[in-house]
Design a protein around this ligand. Structure first.
Ligand SMILES: Nc1ncnc2c1ncn2[C@@H]1O[C@H](COP(=O)(O)OP(=O)(O)O)[C@@H](O)[C@H]1O
Ligand SMILES: [Mg+2]
Length: 355
């Protein structure tokens, strides 16, 4: 996957700018606050149809303006695809792929695949379960588009089931919802588990590449449904049935994949409690690299890699080794206020001070 050019009109700090990129990628430099992240996040916008930081579209409009319009051209499976997205304060958002309107933002996941290495990635280690679920949900969707649809259905069922539990209901009605709920729990937990099996192997390999350390990292899937109940929809349903009384008392769903978590350990020790900042950064990079490699392994196309100022707290020699290992395989974008750090990579330099 190669991003060829991007055009930004009234998007965040940009008024009207166009950038062209080489196959290898680019080094984006300029002082803090100049717009490096804004530019890279605009690229990412086209992989999701929305901000990956969950910002509202209205907040992406340049202050004082009424709309934004952004356009990208990238190569995917050997052909050029043009996507544009516009959002107007009065009208709805419009996204077109090769001039054809799309119905759902999520359709974009089929086209542009981006792996974004962000400074806040250490939240994957230190943060709440929700951060890890979001990471894996996106990662799985990038390899299997059906996953996102199933997850959406699951969330609808969860919402309706919770509404039911809060209302006056009869048990037979609840049990119809239980069965639907169990089906989706079964499907999603299986997909998460299968993904993780492949992911784990890669993450171990990438961690030693990034950190140079001999420790072994391991990610395990901590499902809200105990393993002995996960063999079939029927047994998931039995598990739900066993908790019926309690759920009726609490008036909400107390089981489900929305409560899942992923445990990360280094040499058997929980990373969340015991890893240093440097170790956490290395783990986060390893997770992102594993995400990228699985996209290639399963979807057959290498994603675009974006390193937004993440390598400052890694050992310089390692960073160079890491980047050299992927340079030329992936198109990579690096944002850093200090371009000198990466000069020997010979990436095309885009200095935002000069635009
Ligand atoms: N909607 C917006 N309109 C105008 N400026 C914005 C908007 N959103 C963010 N900015 C500005 O963008 C700047 C941050 O840009 P950023 O890309 O994060 O910089 P950096 O180069 O440090 O990564 C801030 O000065 C902020 O005020
Ligand atoms: Mg930034």
């Amino acid at each position: 996957m190669i991003v060829k050019e991007i055009e930004l009109i009234n998007y965040r700090s940009y008024s009207n700018n166009k950038f062209a990129f080489f196959d290898k990628g680019a080094l984006i430099t300029g002082r803090n606050g100049i717009g490096k992240t804004n530019l890279l996040e605009a690229v990412t916008y086209f992989s999701l149809g929305k901000s990956h930081k969950k910002l509202k579209d209205g907040d992406l409009i340049k202050f004082g303006e009424n709309f934004f319009f952004i356009k990208i051209i990238f190569q995917c499976n050997g052909r050029d695809i043009c996507v544009n997205a516009g959002y107007d304060r009065n009208n709805k958002k419009i996204i077109k792929v090769n001039d054809v309107l799309i119905n759902k933002n999520s359709e974009l996941l089929k086209y542009l695949k981006v792996v974004y290495f962000s400074p806040s990635d250490t939240d994957l280690i230190y943060g709440s379960p929700g951060v890890r679920r979001r990471f894996f949900d996106l990662a799985v969707s990038q390899t299997d588009f059906r996953y996102l649809e199933i997850l959406k259905k699951y969330n609808q069922i969860l919402k309706q089931r919770n509404a039911l539990l809060r209302s006056e209901f009869n048990l037979s009605e609840k049990r119809v919802w239980d069965r639907r709920f169990a089906e989706k729990i079964y499907e999603i937990s299986r997909m998460r588990k299968d993904y993780l099996a492949d992911f784990n192997k890669l993450a171990v390999e990438k961690y030693s590449q990034v950190s140079g350390a001999l420790e072994k990292i391991e990610i395990s899937y901590k499902s809200a449904v105990p393993d002995e109940y996960k063999d079939s929809v029927k047994s998931v349903n039995e598990y739900i049935a066993a908790g019926e009384e309690k759920e009726i008392r609490y008036e909400r769903s107390l089981v489900g994949v929305h409560l899942d978590d992923y445990f990360i350990r280094i040499d058997g020790i929980p990373a969340r409690e015991f890893s240093s900042q440097g170790q956490a950064r290395s783990i986060a990079c390893a997770l992102r690299l594993a995400q990228a490699e699985l996209i290639f392994g399963i979807a057959g196309e290498r994603p675009v890699l974006i390193f937004d100022d993440v390598m400052a707290d890694l050992d310089k020699m390692r960073v160079n080794n890491l980047i050299k290992a992927i340079l030329g395989k992936y198109q990579i974008f690096i944002a850093s206020p200090d371009g000198d750090l990466y000069r020997d990579l010979n990436l095309n330099i885009i200095n935002l001070e000069n635009i």
